[in-house]
Design a protein around this ligand. Structure first.
Ligand code: GLN
Length: 479
C-alpha cells in the first residue's frame, strides 16, 4: 500500500506546486501511475524483500533533466534549437535507473544546454525556487532540484559540469551528488563540456542517493571514460564520522561569501568535530584560478560540441541563401545569448594564435590543481566548505551580469576540474528561511566517505528527509 500512497503524495505535490514552480518541461503522470500500480502488484505478489531484490529502486519516483535522452520522449536541453528533438535511444544512466524500478515522472527544466546557474535561460521559461517563488532555484539542474524539494519526485537526475547539481541542491535545500568523473556513463547525455560533464543525483536523503548511484554506475561499453566502480557498498557503509579527518577549506577573503553561509558551514564543522572527527583548516594552492580555468576549458569544449546545431542534422532550420548563410541564420535564431557567448569565446581560445596562451595554459593549471587536491586528500578523508557563496537570489538579479552569474559557481567548480566526487548537503537556513548547503569533497572513487558523512549528518542534524515540507520548521529548531 505504501507504494501507491507515496506515489499519490507526489502527484498531490505536483498539483500544488508545478504551476508555481515550473519544474517540468514534460510530464507523464498517467503512465507513471500505471507503473506504480504494477510495482504495487509485484509487491503484493512476492513480498517486499523479493520485490526489492528485483527492483532496488522500488517505488522511487524520478525526474530526469532534459539533457538526458529517453527514447521517444522530447530532449530539448532547454533550447529552441532542439525543441522538437525526440531521441531514438535512452541514456545508460536513465535506462539503468528505470530497469531498477524507478518510476519516471517526466523531464525537468534546465538552463539552455546546461550553461547557467539559475535555470532562467531555458527556452521554456524560468523555474522558480519552491522555498520562495520570487527566487531562482539555482542551475543548471534547477528543474530537478525544485522538483525534489517540493516533493514532486522522490529523487531526480541532473548533470554537473561545474556545479549544476550541487549548487541547485544547495539553493533548494536537498542533497546533490556529483560522483567521480567517469563513474556514471555519459552515453545519452547531450554534451556541453565533455571532460567535465557528469550525471549527478538529487535526493531527499543519502540512502536514496546511494541506491541510485549503485544501480547507475559502472562499466558501459558506450562510454570509454568509465574505468572502475566506486567503493560504495550500500547499505553496509561504516557509521559515524569518528576518526574521519576533515579539512575545512579556508573561507577567508573570497568575494561575496555570505556571513550566514560561512557561519552555518563552521557550525557544521563543529558538529562533526563534536562527533569525533578531526577538523583542521586547509588551503588548496591555485584554487583561486579554478573559475578562470573552467571557463577557458569548458567554453572551448562547448564551441566544439555545439557546432552540430546548424539545422541540418538536428532541430529547426532557417532556410536562407547558401549553406553558410543557412548555418549562420539558424544558429543566430535558435541559440540563446549565453550559449552564443560561450561558443564565441570558446572559438576564440581555440584559434591558432590563442591556443597556447589560453587553452594550453588553462590545461596545465588544471593539472596542477588536480595534483594539489590529491596532495591535500592524502592528509584528509574529506574536504568541507560552502556549496554556494549565497542563498537563492531573486529572479533576474544576475541574468544580465554574466560575470556575477559565473561567480556563483566558484565553490563547486574546483571538484569538477579535479574530477573528484562531491556532495552538497543542507546545513541550515538563513534569516529569510532560505536553505544553505555545505559541500564535502572526497578522494576519487571514495563516494562511500561522502555517504558516511552524509548519513552521520542526518543523525547529527536530526534531518532524516530534506526538502521543503520537512525542512522549514525543523531547521529553525536546530539554531
Ligand atoms: N553554472 C556552471 C556554468 O554555467 C555549471 C554548469 C554545469 O555544471 N552544467 O557553466
Amino acid at each position: 500500500m505504501w507504494l501507491r500512497e507515496e506515489f499519490e503524495r507526489n502527484v498531490a505535490c505536483l498539483q500544488e506546486w508545478e504551476e508555481k514552480v515550473h519544474s517540468f518541461v514534460f510530464l507523464r503522470t498517467n503512465e507513471a501511475r500505471k507503473e506504480a500500480m504494477r510495482e504495487e502488484e509485484l509487491l503484493a505478489e512476492v513480498g517486499e524483500e523479493e520485490a526489492r531484490r528485483r527492483c532496488p529502486l522500488l517505488g522511487m519516483t524520478l525526474a530526469v533533466k532534459d539533457n538526458l535522452c529517453i527514447k521517444g520522449m522530447p530532449a530539448t536541453c532547454g533550447s529552441a534549437a532542439l525543441k522538437d528533438y525526440v531521441p531514438p535511444y535512452t541514456a545508460t544512466a536513465v535506462e539503468r535507473a528505470l530497469f531498477a524500478g524507478a518510476i519516471l515522472m517526466g523531464k525537468t527544466n534546465m538552463d539552455e544546454f546546461a550553461m547557467g546557474s539559475s535555470t532562467e535561460t531555458s527556452h521554456w521559461g524560468a523555474t522558480r525556487n519552491p522555498w520562495d517563488c520570487g527566487r531562482v532555484p539555482g542551475g543548471s539542474s534547477g528543474g530537478s532540484a525544485a522538483a525534489v524539494a517540493a516533493g514532486m519526485a522522490r529523487a531526480a537526475l541532473g548533470t554537473d559540469s561545474g556545479g549544476s547539481v550541487r549548487q541547485p541542491a544547495a539553493l533548494c535545500g536537498v542533497l546533490g551528488l556529483k560522483p567521480t568523473y567517469g563513474t556514471i556513463s555519459r552515453y545519452g547525455l547531450i554534451a556541453y563540456a565533455s571532460s567535465f560533464d557528469e550525471v549527478g543525483i538529487l535526493a531527499r536523503n543519502a540512502k536514496d542517493a546511494a541506491a541510485l548511484l549503485s544501480v547507475m554506475q559502472g562499466y558501459d561499453g558506450k562510454d570509454d571514460t568509465l574505468r572502475r566502480k566506486t567503493q560504495d557498498a550500500p547499505p553496509s557503509f561504516e557509521k559515524g564520522v569518528k576518526g574521519l579527518r576533515i579539512g575545512l577549506l579556508k573561507m577567508g577573503q573570497e568575494e561575496g561569501l555570505n556571513e550566514e553561509v560561512r557561519e552555518s558551514v563552521q557550525a557544521a564543522a563543529r558538529r562533526f568535530k563534536g562527533a569525533g572527527a578531526q577538523v583542521e583548516t586547509v588551503t588548496i594552492p591555485l584554487i583561486e584560478h579554478a573559475l578562470a580555468v573552467y571557463h577557458v576549458l569548458s567554453f572551448a569544449q562547448a564551441s566544439s560540441n555545439l557546432a552540430r546545431y546548424h539545422g541540418v542534422l538536428f532541430g529547426e532550420r532557417v532556410a536562407r541563401g547558401d549553406w553558410e548563410e543557412m548555418y549562420e541564420a539558424t544558429r543566430a535564431q535558435y541559440l540563446g545569448t549565453e550559449v552564443k557567448r560561450r561558443i564565441l569565446l570558446g572559438t576564440f581560445v581555440l584559434s591558432s594564435e590563442n591556443f597556447s596562451v589560453f587553452y594550453r595554459r588553462a590545461q596545465s593549471v588544471c593539472d596542477a590543481l588536480r595534483k594539489n587536491f590529491a596532495h591535500a586528500l592524502e592528509r584528509f578523508d574529506l574536504l568541507l566548505g560552502p556549496t554556494s557563496a549565497t542563498t537563492a537570489w531573486k529572479l533576474g538579479e544576475r541574468l544580465l551580469n554574466p560575470r556575477q552569474m559565473y561567480l556563483s559557481d566558484s565553490y563547486t567548480i574546483p571538484a569538477n576540474l579535479a574530477g573528484l566526487p562531491a556532495v552538497s548537503i543542507p546545513c541550515g537556513t538563513d534569516a529569510k528561511g532560505l536553505p544553505i548547503g555545505m559541500q564535502l569533497i572526497a578522494p576519487a572513487y571514495r563516494e562511500d566517505l561522502l555517504f558516511r558523512a552524509a548519513l552521520a549528518w542526518e543523525e547529527l542534524s536530526g534531518q532524516a528527509q530534506y526538502g521543503l515540507r520537512q525542512g522549514k520548521e525543523r531547521w529553525k529548531n536546530m539554531k
